[in-house]
Design a protein around this ligand. Structure first.
Ligand SMILES: Cc1ncc(COP(=O)(O)O)c(C=O)c1O
Length: 390
């Protein structure tokens, strides 16, 4: 008996490897500070939990529409109109998914043929690479560089386009670099996408977490782009709902009509009572979200200021998400070696940049989704560990 060949190109997650090593050490009694986590460390706001509990008590426990409950699709359409300035018909242009993860898979399965190429700025959250492969397509890394603050450059996209290119992935704000793409970069990309007749997956899950006056712009709002863009978004980060597994895609109805058929035959619908919590998330008060973002900003400054002073480290201030991506080449160690060294010496868990694609070598991803006090301690430990080294 043999498993499918496609599994040869789909490894276990690199982040998971770090996580398993940390768990092993913690079981052995070590105290590790987690800077490796890709989720907010806050609880889901209470009003959202109450709404889901109420839905359970009211017996909203059955299958719902494949597209998601209408009340949630309407709330998503209102939010997208209000914040992103683009309109989607809740009846035919929105699907509630089991997280943004599912949204990416649906888009790739429904829109890519075997052998099609997908341009993916790298370093990035590698999910896109493996979803492309599951669809039989070929992911192509587009290098993003520190000197451009990791904003993908139009010439790099252009040089990698081939007759097989069918799709571009855009993640702004980005995981792991925290980069937010500005209007000029988006406009240049939009022109190229139209010239070459491509689709764009625009992953906007970190859109609310932007700092220093940066603004998130959805590429779908640019002229001629709505019909080519699949917006992927979700509740995990903004509302600290990673375990609820709820997200959405918004796209032109012809694209949705393809994607819904994959969704129908896989997940059927997202969990019904959880969707009622999500209605409250989008429609209820946003002050807890605001507080969470302010706290992330405070931590971002702490970690940035600490890293700036460390030997062997070069860093610029990230503009979005809750990650910082320092260059550690000056330490003389590879990112994988330094990750191990910091676990041993500083008792901190970070993720090596190599986990985020071939252009991530030489960097670390540090998540500041941890308390201010823990971050202070982690930065002190890291400084002492690097001083020992250099
Ligand atoms: C860029 C990006 N998109 C999507 C996700 C996953 O979102 P969800 O929990 O909604 O599946 C992550 C998780 O880390 C992410 O970094």
């Amino acid at each position: 008996m043999r498993i499918a060949q496609r599994m040869e190109s789909i490894p276990f997650s690199g982040i998971r490897k770090v996580f398993e090593e940390v768990i092993r050490r913690e079981k052995a009694g070590e105290r590790i500070i987690h800077l490796n986590i890709g989720r907010p460390d806050f609880d889901t706001p209470k009003n959202i939990k109450e709404a889901a509990k109420k839905a359970l008590d009211e017996g909203k426990v059955h299958y719902g529409s494949n597209y998601g409950i209408m009340e949630l699709r309407e709330a998503i359409a209102r939010k997208t109109e209000r914040e992103n300035r683009v309109s989607y018909d809740p009846a035919s242009e929105i699907i509630v998914t089991v997280g943004a993860n599912e949204g990416v898979l649906l888009a790739m399965m429904a829109l890519l043929n075997p052998g099609d190429e997908v341009l993916i700025p790298d370093p990035v959250w590698l999910h896109y690479f493996y979803c492309a492969r599951m669809a039989g397509a070929v992911p192509v890394s587009v290098p993003t560089k520190e000197e451009n603050e990791f904003v993908p450059q139009i010439d790099d996209f252009r040089s990698l386009i081939s007759p097989k290119t069918k799709m571009v992935v855009l993640t702004s704000p980005n995981n792991p670099t925290g980069t937010v793409a500005g209007k000029d970069a988006l406009e240049a990309l939009a022109r190229l996408v139209q010239e070459k007749d491509l689709f764009v997956i625009s992953d906007e899950i970190y859109e609310a977490m932007v700092y220093d006056g940066s603004r998130h712009i959805s590429i779908a709002t640019l002229s001629g782009m709505k019909q080519r863009t699949i917006i992927v978004n979700g509740f995990s980060k903004r509302y600290s709902m990673t375990g609820w597994r709820l997200g959405w895609i918004a796209a032109d109805k012809d694209l949705v009509s393809a994607m819904i058929r994959i969704h129908q035959y896989t997940t059927v619908c997202a969990t019904t009572f959880a969707q009622w919590g999500a209605v409250e998330a989008l429609s209820g008060p946003q002050d807890e979200v605001q507080r969470m973002i302010e706290e992330f900003d405070r931590r971002r400054k702490l970690v940035f200021n600490a890293l700036k002073e460390m030997p062997g480290v070069r860093v610029s201030a990230p503009k979005g998400a809750f990650y910082i991506f320092p260059n550690i080449q000056g330490t003389g160690k590879s990112c994988d070696e330094l990750t191990g060294y910091l676990l041993d010496e500083a008792k901190i868990a970070v993720v090596p940049g190599s986990v985020f694609g071939k252009y991530g070598h030489g960097y670390l991803r540090i998540s500041y989704a941890n308390s201010y006090e823990n971050l202070e301690k982690a930065m002190n430990n890291m400084l002492s560990a690097l001083r020992k080294l250099l």
